[in-house]
Design a protein around this ligand. Structure first.
Ligand code: SF4
Ligand code: SF4
Length: 399
């Protein structure tokens, strides 16, 4: 809603237990009604349900059944829901509207399954955008938001809460702010988070070069590589041209030598500041509501065409009018979980401990341990600072 966020904000939560004949989908509907979704005037309103359809090959994204449940409630309340997302920066299965819709359908988000249509908010090539002045914005003058998302009368985020290699975690703000940005909007958010190559780790496999859509990686430099038989060989190593790089991060994920890392520190924080400001641009002055499911808590974004095992057990479902509070509540709930064995988190923890790089402050931060170069707190702190919401929340359990 447009008025200043209440503090503490109410965040409604239910676990995944079911009793009697009530399904988890029924429970989700009950949760969002209890959280007050019917306070929004949906009558004949276009309602954007912002969701991530999942990259082809990924299996951690939210099932279409959840989208159906939310769309059904919106329709029961008189609204006209549609599912939406914007195109990606990187080359994958969602880089233009046609492929994006194909991907959504292949992943189950057909009108038959969900009862509503898919509209790619920033159009065929990711250029259909609306420029939006950000209230209290410090890092973004005019956010570039997918046009259909800004055209909607009501915005609902339906988020798969998980880890994220750039933001630390992917919650409501990441779903809306980064996901709702047009291609130029995504570039603006990523611009200060450009990665570099640690030459000594690079083995010259060129996987990064193949996945880079911007021709930013070259192999002019060389180094001596020690081979298994004790001899050395000169190899060409990767180098990233920051003038061409858009900071999409695909090369980081594809490098199995961990030779590429974002130049974080301030950049990781600025990325999250911008995500908060993009979220502000999308929800300011419009009714908005947020639903996050902390299930299949994978270490990385659903943008990956694969998904590693979850880092913690399934937690449950959350709903709130406050995008900052729901992200903080989900983060707290995930970090309260014991970690699962043999995950990206446990591997990263072992590396940090071996290097003596895990201090007490971060030892129990599952997102930091999984992605030590990220700074998720910057997103919720900045979201609070610009009046998007509050980190203070009251958790209301719905049984
Ligand atoms: S993917 Fe990694 S190891 Fe392979 S060339 Fe790129 S930086 Fe080097
Ligand atoms: S982050 Fe990596 S893949 Fe993306 S544009 Fe830059 S160099 Fe290319």
């Amino acid at each position: 809603m447009s008025e200043a966020p209440a503090s503490p904000a109410k965040v409604y939560f239910t676990n995944l237990r079911t009793h009697g004949r009530e399904s988890q989908l029924d429970k989700l509907k009950r949760l969002i009604r209890r959280a007050g979704i019917d306070q929004i005037d949906f009558e004949n309103k276009f309602v954007a349900i912002k969701i991530h359809f999942g990259e082809l090959g990924n299996l951690a994204f939210l099932r279409s059944n959840y989208a159906r449940a939310v769309a059904d409630v919106v329709k029961e309340l008189g609204g006209k829901p549609f599912l939406t997302d914007c195109n990606t920066l990187y080359v994958g299965s969602r880089k233009n509207a046609l492929e994006h819709i194909d991907c959504a359908y292949q992943n189950g988000f057909t009108p038959y399954a969900t009862g509503c249509h898919v509209i790619i908010a920033d159009g065929l090539k990711g250029t259909d955008e609306t420029l939006v002045s950000v209230k209290n914005g410090e890092y973004v003058q005019e956010a570039k938001i997918g046009h259909a998302l800004m055209d909607a009368d009501v915005v609902i985020s339906l988020t798969h809460f998980k880890g994220h290699e750039g933001a630390g975690f992917g919650g409501a703000m990441k779903n809306l702010g980064m996901g709702g940005g047009s291609r130029a909007g995504k570039m603006e958010q990523h611009a200060s988070g450009k990665p570099s190559v640690t030459t000594e780790k690079c083995i010259g496999c060129r996987a990064c070069e193949r996945i880079c859509a911007h021709g930013a990686i070259s192999f002019e430099g060389t180094r001596e590589r020690e081979l298994a038989n004790g001899t050395t060989r000169e190899i060409h190593v990767a180098e990233i041209d920051h003038d061409r790089c858009v900071g999409c991060g695909r090369c980081i994920g594809v490098c199995n030598q961990d030779a590429i890392a974002a130049d974080y520190g301030a950049a990781a924080e600025v990325l999250n500041y911008k995500i908060a400001e993009y979220t502000q641009a999308i929800v300011q002055d419009r009714p908005n509501f947020h639903i996050s499911l902390a299930i299949d808590v994978s270490p990385n974004c659903d943008c990956h065409s694969e998904n590693d095992t979850p880092i913690v057990p399934d937690v449950g479902m959350f709903a709130s009018f406050d995008p900052v509070a729901i992200d903080q509540a989900c983060a707290d709930a995930v970090m309260a979980q014991d970690t699962l064995p043999d995950t990206e988190l446990t591997e990263s923890r072992a590396r940090l401990e071996e290097a003596g790089a895990l201090d007490e402050e971060h030892a129990h931060d599952h997102f930091y341990v999984t992605h030590p170069d990220t700074a998720w707190q910057a997103m919720v702190e900045h979201g609070e600072k610009i009046g998007l919401g509050t980190r203070e929340y009251e958790l209301v359990e719905v049984r």
